[in-house]
Design a protein around this ligand. Structure first.
Ligand SMILES: [Zn+2]
Length: 261
């Protein structure tokens, strides 16, 4: 690890806005640190629950984080920052706020699933379904247990929690994500990483470092309270900020507003 300067100040804000302005394309990675900064409670996905406890435990989370139409202000600020840009977002969170923030849904890849969908616990058929009819019934019938139409095992949220995750609904976006990256080869690319730590670094953090390393015209902008540093090879191509995203985004918008177009 390097001794790169990770302090947050006005100069950094101006550098970042300049990069975002000059970029032809912006690749965005959203991790758990972003949702925390937005005030969204992390999902206790490792919690062990019996089949009867499962839905009573998760349904309130689905209501609060997926079906809720009140989008935290941080998501709205991100949408404002990316407005009018050619961007693509990979999101490791299962909540629905990004999808409701005003950003274009065709440009958002929910790599770890979506709480609005359900799948077989064993993923026997590699299929997933919109959960709404089950959620509605669960709210009315205390005893109701949704089961897989193929094998009869309980249905669970279509959210990554290990090897049995059904990724089928997200493959198309996965392809769009790689098309976006490959298509950027000759462009000026800003790689904006927000709150991606070491919970699952192989999904966003490590690939982003690799992309920046291999891309002649890429710049990494990493905002992360606890792990702001980048690998040494990317030091000259990175702006690293060790500060709270909830403090950084509004300041960026302020600089952007002052600077005109
Ligand atoms: Zn099944």
């Amino acid at each position: 690890m390097s001794h790169k300067d990770t302090t947050w100040n006005q100069n950094k804000a101006e550098q970042i806005i300049k990069e975002l302005r000059q970029a032809d394309q912006i690749l965005v990675g959203i991790g758990g640190g972003f949702t925390s900064a937005a005030g969204v409670e992390p999902l206790p996905l490792d919690k062990s629950l019996s089949r009867d406890q499962y839905w009573p435990f998760w349904l309130p989370y689905i209501d609060k984080q997926r079906l809720n139409k009140d989008v935290p202000v941080l998501y709205q600020q991100l949408a404002q920052l990316l407005q009018g840009k050619d961007y693509f977002i990979i999101d490791s969170n299962a909540d629905g706020f990004l999808l409701r923030s005003g950003l274009e849904i065709s440009r958002i890849y929910k790599a770890q699933g979506d709480m609005a969908r359900v799948q077989c616990k064993d993923n026997c058929c590699n299929q997933s379904w919109i959960g709404k009819q089950h959620f509605d019934r669960l709210r009315q019938e205390a005893e109701y247990l949704p089961v897989c139409p193929s094998c009869g095992q309980p249905l669970v949220m279509n959210v990554y929690a290990g090897k049995k995750f059904c990724d089928e609904p997200y493959l198309e976006k996965n392809e769009a994500y790689f098309r976006f990256i490959n298509g950027s080869a000759h462009n000026r690319l800003a790689v904006l990483e927000l709150g991606v730590g070491y919970t699952m670094p192989e999904l966003i953090r490590f690939p982003f470092e690799q992309i920046v390393m291999n891309h002649k015209r890429a710049k990494l902008i990493r905002i992360n309270t606890n792990h702001p540093l980048c690998v040494e090879e990317n030091n000259h191509k990175a702006i690293c900020v060790g500060a709270d995203i909830a403090q950084v985004l509004p300041a960026l918008l302020e600089v952007a507003a002052k600077g005109g177009k």
